[in-house]
Unconditional design. Structure first.
Length: 73
């Protein structure tokens, strides 16, 4: 799947990963801020292979890749 498909899945509440990423537990998701959060707009986060979550920005390689898959199915 391409990045447009992955983004659609994120917007629907899903999670996505890429075949070439570092590990099977690494994925991205969409976080919507909650009342009282320091963040004020939705943002994409990544779950790293060590289980940590951090804001994520897509690289050119990520945007143009066609190896995106659903991480939550």
């Amino acid at each position: 799947m391409n990045f447009a498909g992955a983004l659609g899945h994120l917007n629907a509440g899903g999670a996505c990963t890429r075949a070439g990423w570092n590990g099977p537990d690494q994925f991205i998701g969409l976080m919507n801020p909650y009342p009282g959060s320091d963040m004020t707009v939705p943002y994409i986060f990544i779950r790293t292979t060590s289980g940590e979550h951090a804001p994520w920005v897509a690289s050119q390689t990520d945007i143009l890749a066609d190896d995106w898959t659903f991480a939550d199915e």
